[in-house]
Every structure is written in C-alpha cells, then in structure tokens.
Write a protein that binds this ligand. Structure first.
Ligand SMILES: [Zn+2]
Length: 367
C-alpha cells in the first residue's frame, strides 16, 4: 500500500530534522546534559517541524541510552514509547480539546508517575485555541509542575498566548524552511523512493510549498499519483492550479523592460498549460504586492511569511521598480480580477492589462 511521503519520512532523530539547526542543537544538548525544563513553547508556521521535534524530544529525554541527544529506539523505554497506547507521551490537540474540563483532567493526571521512563510529556498542539479558563487551569499546573512532567506547547499564533504562560516556557521559533533545503530534502526522498523527476517540477513544488515540508510532500504525493513514477512539471502545474512563481518573476521582468512580446509569450505558455486566467491575474497582483512590501519594509519576513531565499529574490526584483510603479501595477491587475469573471475573452483582458502596465508612462505623458 502506498504510504504518504509526509508520514513515511517524518524525522525520527534530531539529525533528520530539516532546517531547524539551532533549535535541534539546543534540545539535544539539554538531553545529553539531562537539563530538562518543565515547559517549552514551539511556535512557527505549519509544516516547519514543531510536532516532529516535540515527539523526538519527548522520547529522547526518556531514553535509557540516548544517541547524541536523540532517542536510541533500541532500549526498552524507547520500544514502549513507540506504542501508540503508551501513557507517558500524550498528545492533545487544543483545537478540539480546548475546554477547561479537559485541562483540569490533565491537572489531575499529572500527579501520577510515568510508567516507562523518567518523564511524562504532554504535547499540546495549537495551544492558542484554549479558552481563557483552560489557560488558567494550565497555568496552575505550570506554576507548580511535578518533577516528572514536561509540557511542550505548540502554536502557529504565539501572540494569542497569555504572557503568564509565555513567561513560564522556554521559547523556540521554528523557521520556514529555505527553498534550498526543501529541494535537497525532496531530491533525497525521491532518490530513495526510486522516483524520477523533472528538475523544473521540483522548483515549482518547492516554491509553492512556501517553507513547509508538509505542504511540499503532500503536493509531491498528489503529483506522483498522476504520473507513472515520475514527478513532471506539467502535472505539478495541474495539481497546483496556480501560476509557477518563476513565471511571475519573468512576466514582471518583461513588464519592467517593456518587452510586450516576452510577456505575451509567457502568458501564452501558461494558457496552453491550462492555467486559469483569473488565477494568473490574482497571482500577479500578489506578486506586485510582495515586491512592494519587500521594497519598502525592513521586517518583511514577518509580513511576507516566505522563506528567506524567496524574499531575497523579491527584494532584488523590487529594486528595478519605483514604489509608485509597484502600486500602479498592483492596482492594474487587481482591477481586472473581478472583470475576468464575466469576460467573454479573459485572455484579451489580461493582455490589455499587460500592455497598459508596459505603456503606462507613455500614456501618462500624452495626457
Ligand atoms: Zn532508547
């Protein structure tokens, strides 16, 4: 039976974790030194490894003979903790168990000693979803935690967590994974699976995954299910139903260098591949918005929510445009989004928008 790549290649040791070197180093050192805190907060976007790292850490601190800070998977404790029904590593999804009763229940249970190793570990996912009273109940446990209890709280929205909780946790911010690391990881997996690929397909998948290993692997799974043991660019484009990021950069370059022919050629290519023109207009609007943000803000990583190498590319391209140009371009393409829904010839509409964008200065001069 086919097993989803995301599940099959979940990291089992710290060494297998992608793109969180500094976090992994600190945590494995804590394991080696046996200096374990009572509460950790893992924050970061989805698919950056929070839950995987939490699971590895939970096993590692219990392992009888840790392997460079990671679980050995050979000792009795490790073997017992691998069972789904073990009572020592408990995963709670706060999105569906956010009520005070459920947290009170944890408070009652934390008193009992672990059955296997030294620690009982509670991994609470999406902890920001807890209600106020549930947070208060959790706080009481965090204020006086029994020596054998460790909490690992995970969240995609750390700003929603009360300061009283935050101040009791050791905090780790999980980075979005760079495109370089994502691609390297994907190539390793495809090689291990004996699956062929087109390099351009991987670039497209990686840039669409926007820093998330999980998204990258689920897109890849979907693409594999279309083809015959090969990851093809055209299939990836079909699955994503979106414009290739690379093509957006090319269209923007063509507009910048006033090359109508090039711009039309790319649009033609995309249409032949079955791209939806409304999606293309929306993607172009977002692209020029991203360029504008990359150009005018310093803390653009927080606003853009894209991996660093993506942002660098945006920054480089943004320098070719003035702020006013970018604003006009954004407006230009967002205006046709609604018109496109009713247009008899959407292709003409987007071509006119491109010509308008290129001839903007000339038109302005004439008026
Ligand atoms: Zn072990």
């Amino acid at each position: 039976m086919y097993q989803a790549l995301y599940r099959k290649y979940r990291p089992k040791t710290f060494k297998d974790v992608i793109g969180q070197d500094y976090i992994v180093k600190i945590l494995s050192n804590q394991v080696k030194k046996g200096e374990i805190a009572h509460a950790y907060l893992f924050s970061g976007s989805r698919g950056t490894g929070k839950t995987s790292v939490a699971r590895i850490f939970a096993k590692a601190i219990n392992c009888e003979d840790n392997c460079d800070g990671s679980p050995c998977y050979k000792c009795n404790t490790c073997i017992n903790l691998e069972q789904n029904n073990n009572l020592d590593i408990l995963e709670i999804d706060a999105a569906s168990n956010n009520r005070v009763d459920e947290i009170r229940e944890i408070r009652e249970k934390v008193k009992f000693l672990p059955t296997n190793g030294k620690y009982k570990v509670y991994i609470v996912d999406e902890v920001h979803m807890l209600t106020d009273s549930a947070f208060n109940a959790l706080l009481k446990t965090l204020e006086e935690p029994p020596a054998h209890v460790v909490f690992i709280l995970g969240t995609t929205e750390p700003h929603k967590i009360p300061q009283t909780i935050l101040s009791r946790c050791i905090k780790f911010d999980f980075n979005l994974i760079s495109q370089f690391e994502l691609k390297k990881h994907l190539i390793n997996i495809l090689n291990a699976e004996n699956i062929n690929f087109e390099d351009s397909a991987l670039d497209l998948i990686v840039s669409s995954a926007q820093g998330s290993v999980r998204d990258m692997l689920s897109i890849t799974d979907a693409v594999i299910s279309l083809g015959e043991n090969i990851v093809k660019y055209d299939d990836a484009l079909r699955i994503l139903g979106a414009t290739d990021n690379e093509q957006l950069f090319k269209i923007a370059d063509a507009i910048n260098s006033k090359n109508i022919e090039d711009a039309f050629k790319i649009v033609d290519e995309l249409i032949n591949r079955g791209i939806n023109i409304t999606v293309l207009a929306k993607d172009l609007t977002v692209h020029f918005r991203n360029l504008l943000i990359a150009k005018i803000t310093n803390s653009n990583e927080n606003i853009l929510k894209l991996p660093v190498d993506n942002i660098k590319k945006l920054k480089d391209q943004s320098l070719k445009f003035s702020d006013e140009d970018l604003m006009l371009l954004m407006k230009n393409f967002s205006e046709i989004e609604s018109e496109l829904k009713y247009a008899l010839s959407p292709r003409t509409l987007i071509e006119v928008a491109i010509v308008k964008a290129i001839m903007k200065e000339d038109i302005e001069k004439k008026n």
